[in-house]
Design a binder for this molecule. Structure first.
Ligand SMILES: [Cu+2]
Length: 183
């Protein structure tokens, strides 16, 4: 009488049979496709972030922080950005700091006859529902005693401290010496 085992063997085999391997392979392929898609999406987001180049913290959005490149040997530079306050409470920019310069401070620029005069100011208001703009010819972050000249394409960290929103870290894009305004 033949043993009754063959059938049992066959029914016990499938979990690790060819069908399972095929299934595992298709899952791996699917994971690879998703990984590729996620990478593509991440790349797109990074590109969009670079283009939009803004940082949002609470009600505040810091738009397009940039600096102008400096001539070789220059010890000072200026940084500019917008702060849009979508909230119902006013805030105040009270401090700035960057590892790219020994000192960073808020400056205003005014015309005294034909002379442009800069002076430091303690703080700048960000009105509720309004925008604070730092731009060449006006308010700016004065970077003094630069660690090295600012070169177009450089990206330098800048920490903004607000009375209510606290510290917000942004990355300043160094642009051409004629870069005019946040965009
Ligand atoms: Cu200045």
């Amino acid at each position: 009488m033949p043993p009754a085992t063959p059938r049992l063997h066959r029914s016990a085999a499938p979990p690790h049979g060819p069908g399972f391997r095929a299934h595992a392979a298709s899952i791996a392929a699917m994971q690879r496709r998703w990984a590729t898609r996620l990478l593509a999406a991440a790349g797109l987001l990074a590109a969009l972030a670079a283009a939009a180049h803004s940082v949002t913290s609470g009600a505040l959005t810091i738009g397009h922080p940039f600096a102008r490149e400096t001539p070789p040997g220059a010890r000072t530079g200026g940084a500019y950005f917008t702060v849009v306050n979508a909230g119902k409470e006013a805030d105040t920019l009270t401090a700035v700091a960057s590892p790219a310069a020994a000192r960073a401070s808020l400056h205003t620029m005014t015309m005294d006859g034909t002379m442009m005069k800069m002076r430091s100011i303690a703080s700048l208001p960000v009105p509720a529902g309004g925008t604070l703009t730092l731009a060449p010819g006006g308010y700016h972050v004065m970077l003094e005693d630069l660690a090295k000249p600012l070169v177009k394409g450089d990206r330098i960290p800048l920490r903004l401290t607000f009375e209510k929103a606290g510290a917000v870290d942004v990355v300043v894009n160094v642009e051409s010496i004629t870069a005019a305004h946040p965009h």
